[in-house]
Design a protein around this ligand. Structure first.
Ligand code: GLN
Length: 206
């Protein structure tokens, strides 16, 4: 399936900013498919996990019987992209979460939930994103953070793609990639800048 020009990419549609990801994927030439049930998951070749609320998403994954099938697909190498709550869901270790929250363990990182909250709930900044803003003539990327996590640490095979450029959280890791799994603390789906989604669609195509 991969390598086709219009990949079918699922958007986990239990909760969160599903529509925004669907629109962004469409704009990048992918075929987005909202995923609420197992049969829908079986038909996609990659998955986006949206922003929202990770502990709620965790509960709903159980209620909709999607947790085990999704973990199985991720273990088998399905490409995935998570923004904000989606990053939390993909991580292997989560700090400051509820003890009963489950996650997908597809990305070897430690994330801290609501990490910026101690300074400020929501903010925007321009940042550099490796492989995107370092292309000739490219503009920095506008990043919107809403009760966002940051990545507290990464394992050696995780590539750091972006950090907070300045301010109290300067240097904090906010975008990472490990093989076919991509995650951002921020929400490119809400800015109209499609470059993170383009980057992911390219990952899926390859
Ligand atoms: N704070 C949320 C959580 O813990 C994430 C916020 C978001 O996705 N905008 O899941």
């Amino acid at each position: 399936m991969s390598g086709q020009s219009r990949p079918r990419i699922g958007v986990l549609a239990l909760q969160g900013d599903v529509r925004e990801h669907v629109h962004a994927l469409q704009a990048c030439g992918a075929e987005p498919v909202p995923v609420r049930r197992r049969s829908e998951l079986d038909e996609v070749e990659a998955i986006v996990i949206p922003g929202g609320e990770s502990t709620t998403m965790s509960k709903l994954l159980g209620i909709f019987d999607l947790y085990d099938p999704l973990v199985a697909r991720l273990r088998a190498g399905m490409p995935a992209y998570g923004s904000c709550a989606g990053m939390i869901m993909l991580a292997s270790t989560i700090l400051d979460t509820r003890p009963d929250a489950r996650h997908l363990d597809a990305l070897d990182i430690t994330v801290r939930r609501n990490a910026f909250g101690r300074q400020v709930e929501s903010f925007e900044t321009d940042l550099e994103f490796a492989g995107v803003t370092d292309r000739p003539g490219a503009e920095p990327m506008r990043a919107v953070f809403i009760r966002a996590p940051w990545v507290e640490s990464v394992s050696p095979d995780v590539e750091v793609l972006a950090r907070v450029p300045e301010g109290p959280a300067e240097g904090r890791i906010v975008a990472v990639r490990q093989g076919k799994v991509l995650a951002t603390s921020f929400h490119p789906e809400v800015t109209g800048d499609r470059r993170v989604h383009e980057y992911f669609v390219e990952m899926v195509r390859r």
